[in-house]
Design a binder for this molecule. Structure first.
Ligand SMILES: Nc1ncnc2c1ncn2[C@@H]1O[C@H](COP(=O)(O)OP(=O)(O)O)[C@@H](O)[C@H]1O
Ligand SMILES: [Mg+2]
Length: 418
């Protein structure tokens, strides 16, 4: 699509940052010609199919709200003008991708993002009247690599929460909107907390914002606990309180949510993996055969003597230096990687675990077995492997995990040479 020419207005458009065709809005990164400063031009187009006066309202509102705000983490309002095709609003450019850009976040980083957004919400909620953003979601929160956070898109923001929305059109984004906003009820300072909680849950469970619906259960609650076995009970409870369907059960304000989260330790203390004996098979196929047949005999006996239980399992791959980084491909180098298998809902008993790693030609390169006992129904088996670039070949490697002789999980990892 061709980009508009705003040089007559003093701005050189560089690239499109986002568009909302239904609402007739396009956002660009641009240069202010006089100063050479980077700015954002948000164009609200006229006579676009689907756009209407409510969208003009968004333009007016965004200007009105931004003009009244003065916070380092909120882009400053700079200018606005009218063109034959619509209105344009200029604001300060924040050099950071939004949280909708796929990135892997470690739990302590998610806590840091939570604190930064709550600080901004605290500022907004302390205005008179308080400002409610109403469209908090990954797309509208910008975070750079130093974890500097900015909040953008005040097009739906509302000054004061007392009134019931006049419009019959529900604004906001499904999945991130608290129930009171969905049903056009009174909004409170707790309303943005719900949307922030939903956003943080997306980051912690690696859920795309367009797929948040997958986490919502039949009772309309965001159900994420099973996906975060590494998080502490205190952090899970804090997140659950953020996304309570009824606003009265949430924190009252950003300040209350902030005070509650600051002292929380995000990781579960007992989440220390148990090591599994792991033998690298550089030797002959015979020794592999012996080891395997020993294992299998034992497995057959065990699996006959035990009833099947309905446990669940998950595998993550990580580097010892980056425990929560779970890549699907890896550059081999001289790296050591760990495969962590987490099993839940196990009976308290001894289990025989077997890890197997095969290279892209299907050759078994490592195998490890251990007898492990679950704690509180949970068992974590850690199987480490050190690449040797002189022997190992790139391609799709396969990791398989057996519990009492039953294959319970497997994972393919793409290994790259450099
Ligand atoms: N001030 C800004 N600095 C940098 N990027 C921004 C800024 N404002 C918006 N963006 C980017 O542009 C996208 C669209 O802008 P936004 O104001 O959210 O428009 P819309 O109302 O169409 O959602 C945002 O998701 C964000 O990635
Ligand atoms: Mg937006």
């Amino acid at each position: 699509m061709t980009q508009p020419d705003f040089t007559n207005y003093g701005y050189q458009i560089n690239l499109e940052l986002g568009h909302n065709r239904a609402g007739g809005r396009i956002t660009y990164q641009a240069t202010e010609i006089n100063t050479q400063n980077s700015v954002v031009v948000k164009q609200f187009q006229f006579a676009r199919t689907g756009s209407n006066w409510a969208d003009y309202d968004a333009y007016e509102r965004e200007i009105q709200v931004l003009k009244a705000l003065d916070h380092p983490s909120i882009p400053r309002y700079l200018d606005s003008f009218q063109t034959p095709s619509g209105f344009c609003m200029i604001q300060e450019y924040k050099n950071a991708p939004s949280l909708a850009t796929p990135r892997i976040w470690q739990p302590h980083q998610v806590k840091q993002i939570a604190i930064a957004v709550l600080e901004i919400l605290k500022y907004l909620q302390n205005r008179i009247p308080p400002v409610i953003h109403r469209d908090l979601k990954p797309e509208n929160i910008l975070v750079d690599s130093h974890l500097n956070v900015s909040l953008v898109d005040f097009g739906f923001a509302r000054l004061g929460g007392g009134e019931v929305a006049v419009s019959s059109v529900v604004k906001g984004t499904l999945g991130f909107m608290p129930p009171e906003q969905m049903f056009n009820r009174q909004l409170t300072t707790a309303s943005d907390l719900y949307s922030l909680g939903a956003t943080l849950i997306c980051l912690l469970t690696d859920t795309k914002s367009t797929e948040i619906g997958n986490l919502i259960d039949d009772n309309g609650k965001i159900n994420f606990k099973a996906k975060v076995p590494h998080l502490s009970e205190a952090f899970i409870q804090w997140l659950e309180k953020m996304v309570e369907p009824h606003y009265k059960n949430r924190f009252k304000s950003a300040e209350a949510a902030l005070d509650a989260v600051i002292p929380i330790e995000v990781l579960r203390p007992s989440f220390a993996p148990k090591k599994s004996l792991w033998i690298k098979l550089g030797m002959t196929a015979v020794s592999v055969g012996i080891l395997m047949s020993m294992g299998m005999n034992y497995l057959e006996i065990k699996s006959q003597s035990r009833q099947k239980s309905s446990y669940s399992s998950s595998i993550t791959v990580n580097l010892p230096s980056e425990p929560y980084y779970n890549p699907s491909q890896i550059v081999m180098g001289d790296k050591k990687i760990n495969f962590n298998v987490t099993l839940s809902n196990l009976k308290s008993d001894n289990y025989l675990t077997l890890c197997q790693l095969s290279n892209s030609s299907g050759k078994l390169v490592a195998v490890g077995q251990s007898i492990l006992k679950p704690t509180d129904g949970k068992l974590v088996a850690e199987c480490g492997y050190q690449f040797n670039p002189r022997e190992d070949h790139p391609g799709d490697w396969r990791f398989e995990f057996f519990l009492d002789g039953q294959k319970t999980a497997e994972k393919t990892l793409t290994v790259l040479s450099n």
